[in-house]
Design a binder for this molecule. Structure first.
Ligand code: ZN
Length: 292
């Protein structure tokens, strides 16, 4: 299933994408939660109810009539991994990490799959990172690698948008990776049953139609299941947590000469089986100032 969060006539809720139509789960399965984290937390019986609702031909909405939101509006955690593809390690001029280089993006950076993201007022060093993201489906801790697939709800595309000067001027990445709008996700949370092998997916990124990243998730240094084992050694993973698995070579700052993003640029990321997300870049609007 391609689970989505969408807004229609001012109401935000969850549904299932079927071609260019949306099965509105609030209408088709009124007993289900209307928010993604709650749906995932309700477990396999809730997903079975959602699957059964797909048989209903009515009511369906046209995809063109809804606004897609981040599939998980506010993930409990957004975890990400640095230097997890050999070609990206090489272009960064660094050594291959012995342990996964984990950092957080703040939950408030989650952003819809087709909305513009911000060129911040505070920096011009804006960059993209096309990535496969894992979405956790079960509360879990100390998950061995061979059982990690049991806690995966599904997969989605992440643009790990990065503000390079803020990322690299201090030892931790948190600030440079967490500007508002800097975690476009989607277009859907594709359930794990549709992605039999998450480690054989082609991943491509374009900027203004020009190919920038072209790789395959088989090149991940620490794969999805190893990351789950590693993270859950330290802390509980919860339904709706997002783990973005790292970006392959071809980021903007590594182009020769560097090709950072500017207002008006359009970044598209596609991954096999997950569809594509496409976001333009706009100057951070004056309306982001919010005090009291
Ligand atoms: Zn990244």
């Amino acid at each position: 299933m391609k689970l989505i969060t969408f807004t229609h006539r001012g109401s935000t809720r969850i549904g299932v994408l079927v071609g260019d139509e949306v099965v509105d789960l609030q209408a088709a399965a009124p007993a289900l939660p209307t928010e993604m984290v709650a749906l995932l937390a309700a477990g396999e019986p809730a997903l079975e109810t959602a699957r059964a609702a797909l048989a209903a031909t009515d009511p369906r909405l046209s995809l063109a009539d809804v606004h897609l939101e981040s599939p998980i509006l506010r993930p409990p955690k957004i975890l990400a991994v640095g230097l997890n593809y050999a070609d990206h390690v090489a272009e960064s001029g660094l050594d291959t990490p012995k342990h996964p280089m984990i950092f957080n993006k703040q939950s408030t950076s989650a952003h819809p799959p087709y909305d513009p993201f911000h060129l911040p007022r505070a920096s011009a060093a804006l960059d993209y990172e096309g990535e496969l993201a894992v979405v956790i489906g079960k509360r879990c801790r100390h998950v061995p690698r061979e059982r990690a697939h049991e806690v995966v709800a599904g997969y989605t595309i992440c643009n790990d948008v990065s503000v390079r000067d803020w990322q690299l001027r201090v030892p931790t990445f948190t600030m440079g990776k967490s500007f508002d709008t800097h975690c476009p996700l989607g277009p859907a949370l594709v359930t794990a049953d549709e992605i039999p092998d998450p480690h054989s997916l082609e991943l491509h990124t374009w900027v203004n139609g020009e190919p920038r990243q072209s790789s395959n998730t088989k090149h991940l240094i620490f794969d999805c299941f190893t990351l789950i084992e590693h993270l859950s050694t330290a802390f509980t993973l919860e339904p709706g947590d997002v783990i973005s698995t790292g970006t392959p070579g071809g980021v903007g700052i590594a182009q020769k000469p560097p090709a950072l993003l500017k207002a008006g640029d359009v970044v598209k990321i596609a991954i096999d089986g997950l569809g594509e997300i496409e976001n333009s870049v706009i100057d951070e609007p004056a309306s982001t100032v919010q005090i009291g």
